[in-house]
Structures are given as structure tokens and as C-alpha cells.
Design a protein around this ligand. Structure first.
Ligand SMILES: Cc1cc2nc3c(=O)[nH]c(=O)nc-3n(C[C@H](O)[C@H](O)[C@H](O)COP(=O)(O)O)c2cc1C
Ligand code: SF4
Ligand code: SF4
Length: 260
């Protein structure tokens, strides 16, 4: 079984493509509460994005919350991890491996898949230039196929790009991101909003609702996946001033680099 978490669709695309090749069932993590998850399949594969050279906190919490019954079943099978990232993983692979091994689940293989970057909240961070985005999208099916081949063959493997200073980034920047990375009250819709509800529908946390005027309202359960920002057809979702001149990306739509 393949369990994935995804904001802007990259990890979903990789998980779905893997499943088509390995014939595993694929589940969005948010649709499979950890206490109720039933074992189903011949192996366990986690697919999720890299956040700030680490693993999204909700994925680690999910693994820690899986029931003893599920873990007992999982221990009889191999466990694999596929991380999607814009460029580099830092020590994210070791982070998820440690969390899984604390549950008695040794990891047989970990890979990264380079996908279009979706992080835009800090100065200097933006979506990829169109040609980089196109190149990544052209390459990821072959990479996913390669990973599927290893998983099917049961071949142990560690293949990812940690990048420069991975230990420093994961040890210093990731904890800061965890504490200060997102302030949900900063999300607002501008006058350009047409009330289409796509931001609400895209939020994996169900953290966005529409008020009686069909204007989006954000709750406090934000995990900074940025789906609500990237999916808006009017570039009407803003995070303070941070997103004002930034591009948008949402798999498989790749043409929304127009700056407002
Ligand atoms: C909060 C946040 C932090 C990110 N940090 C990193 C990072 O440290 N390294 C990296 O290469 N990409 C980083 N990215 C980019 C994503 O990992 C990448 O675009 C991923 O494929 C998004 O997956 P999704 O579309 O399934 O949500 C970050 C994205 C977000 C939203
Ligand atoms: S996706 Fe954009 S236009 Fe649609 S409701 Fe949300 S903010 Fe408004
Ligand atoms: S509200 Fe937060 S969790 Fe929901 S889509 Fe927006 S950034 Fe992601």
C-alpha cells in the first residue's frame, strides 16, 4: 500500500504513477486516519514532499500514531520512502527513516524525485523558471519508473541529493520552520477573488471554508503546503506581502507564471 501526502500535486502524481506500476493501492494520508488504517498489500510505501530540509510534521505524527495492529502487519513486509523535492533533501531521509525505525519498521529504500518547486513564502524563493519546470516534469516519469523497478525487485537502495550543508540546514533551519514557518492568520484573499472555491477544495487539511459571500476564510490547521495559494486561478490568495510578485504552480498545470 502507498500512503502519500501532497499539497500541490507533485507527491500525488508520483504516488499514483508508482501505484500504476506496482499494482499497490494508493491512499491520501488525510483520508486514512492512522488509528483506523487497515493493512492492505505486499509492502508499505510513503510518498511526501520535503519541507525545509525535513519531513512535514504531520507525516511524522502520522507514523507515530499508526495503530500497533497496523505496525505488526507492516513489520512482515518491506517499507520504502519516496520524497519529492524542488532541489535537495537535506537530512529529511534520515528523519523519516529514524521515525519509522522507532516504530520497528526498517526502511529498505529511500529516493528523492525532483519536481517543480512550490515554495514561495520567503524572499528569494519562487517557483522554477518555465524551462526548469518543464525539464523536471519531463524527467520524473522515468525516475518514478526506476524507483518502481527497485521496489518490485526488492532491491535495497538509497538515492537522493542531500545538497550542501545538509546537517546544518536540517538541524538549524527545520526547527525554525516548524516554529515560525506558517502564521495561518496571514492568509487572505484579495478583491480579485471570484469565489470559485478551488482554494477550499485543494486544501488537504480542510482548513479553508467559504463565507456567506463566497470569500475564503482560513482556519488554524495550516501545514503550509501552499495548495490554496497555487491553485487560485486569479492569483487572489496572498500570504501578507510575501506572495505578491511570486509565480504559481500546481501539478499538472504548468503555465501560470504570470506575475500579477
Ligand atoms: C514549506 C515548504 C518547504 C519546502 N522545502 C523544500 C526543501 O527544503 N528542499 C526542496 O528541495 N524543496 C522544498 N520545497 C519544495 C517541495 O518539496 C516540492 O515542490 C514538492 O514536490 C511539493 O510536493 P507536493 O506538490 O506534493 O506538495 C518546499 C515546499 C514547501 C511548501
Ligand atoms: S481559489 Fe482564488 S478565486 Fe477561487 S475562491 Fe479561492 S481565492 Fe477566490
Ligand atoms: S490553508 Fe494551509 S494547509 Fe490548507 S492549502 Fe493553504 S497552505 Fe495548505
Amino acid at each position: 500500500m502507498i500512503i502519500y501526502f501532497s499539497g500541490t500535486g507533485n507527491s500525488r502524481a508520483v504516488a499514483t504513477m508508482l501505484a500504476a506500476r506496482t499494482s499497490d493501492n494508493v491512499y491520501p494520508l488525510m483520508a486514512l486516519p492512522p488509528a483506523e488504517a487497515e493493512w492492505n498489500g505486499r509492502r508499505l510505501v510513503f510518498v511526501c514532499p520535503v519541507y525545509s530540509w525535513g519531513i512535514p510534521q504531520l507525516v511524522l505524527t502520522y507514523i507515530r500514531s499508526l495503530s500497533h495492529r497496523f505496525i505488526a502487519d507492516a513489520r512482515r513486509h518491506k517499507v520504502w520512502v519516496v520524497l519529492t523535492c524542488g532541489d535537495e533533501t537535506g537530512r529529511a531521509p534520515e528523519m523519516i527513516e529514524r521515525t519509522l525505525s522507532e516504530r520497528g519498521l526498517p526502511v529498505s529504500g529511500i529516493w528523492d524525485v525532483r519536481m517543480p518547486n512550490n515554495y514561495v513564502l520567503l524572499p528569494g524563493f519562487d517557483v522554477d523558471p518555465v524551462e526548469v519546470e518543464r525539464e523536471k516534469l519531463a524527467r520524473f516519469p522515468a525516475r518514478t519508473e526506476e524507483i518502481a523497478g527497485c521496489i518490485l525487485a526488492g532491491r535495497e537502495c538509497r538515492d537522493f541529493t542531500a545538497g550542501s550543508w545538509p546537517g546544518v540546514k536540517t538541524r538549524l533551519v527545520y526547527p525554525l520552520f516548524k516554529r515560525l514557518g506558517i502564521i495561518p492568520s496571514r492568509w487572505k484573499a484579495s478583491d480579485a477573488c471570484v469565489g470559485c472555491g478551488r482554494c477550499r477544495d485543494a486544501c488537504p487539511m480542510r482548513n479553508v471554508s467559504l463565507d456567506s459571500d463566497r470569500q475564503p476564510v482560513w482556519g488554524k490547521q495550516c501545514v503550509s503546503c501552499l495548495a490554496c495559494y497555487h491553485v487560485c486561478p486569479r492569483h487572489a490568495v496572498g500570504y501578507g506581502k510575501a506572495t505578491r510578485a511570486k509565480g504559481q504552480y500546481f501539478y499538472p498545470h504548468t503555465n501560470s507564471h504570470d506575475k500579477p
